[in-house]
Design a protein around this ligand. Structure first.
Ligand code: ZN
Ligand code: ZN
Length: 140
């Protein structure tokens, strides 16, 4: 808990039981859960919390950079407690998301190749493919 309290304080956000529970629920997961899955986890600790509160908490933590949102287009948002620059591998069939452990250097873009006035905020790299179990399912 102490580490989560430090994290919140370092970003100047007040420490609440809700925020602590959401950070704790995300910390050890590597499956990039949805808000719904995090909600189910957090409810074990805080039975009266609403989905809306969990969702808003996730948004605040994203805005402050304490977690990141992995957002494959046209899919529900998935959340990640690992905020270093890493690529994701997404199974196009079951939508499982895996981390690429290697840290990726940011691509250098020149102002000339960007739409005029566009300000890049972060780089997200996604590799699409089929996970081993979906490959197995497809072969028979
Ligand atoms: Zn799959
Ligand atoms: Zn990740």
């Amino acid at each position: 808990m102490e580490q989560f309290i430090q994290k919140l304080r370092s970003k100047g956000i007040s420490v609440t039981p809700q925020r602590l529970a959401v950070l704790a629920a995300l910390e050890h997961r590597r499956d990039h859960p949805t808000a719904e899955q995090i909600y189910r986890e957090v409810r074990k600790q805080l039975p009266t919390i609403s989905f809306n509160t969990v969702y808003k908490t996730l948004e605040v933590l994203c805005q402050k950079g304490l977690i990141i949102k992995v957002n494959p287009l046209h899919e529900v948002a998935r959340y990640d407690s690992r905020t270093h620059s890493h690529a994701h591998l997404v199974c196009r069939s079951c939508h499982r998301i895996f981390d690429l452990e290697r840290e990726l250097p940011p691509l250098k873009l020149t102002p000339e190749e960007l739409p005029p006035g566009f300000r890049v905020e972060h780089q997200s790299v996604i590799f699409w493919g089929l996970c081993p179990s979906c490959q197995k399912n497809q072969s028979h």
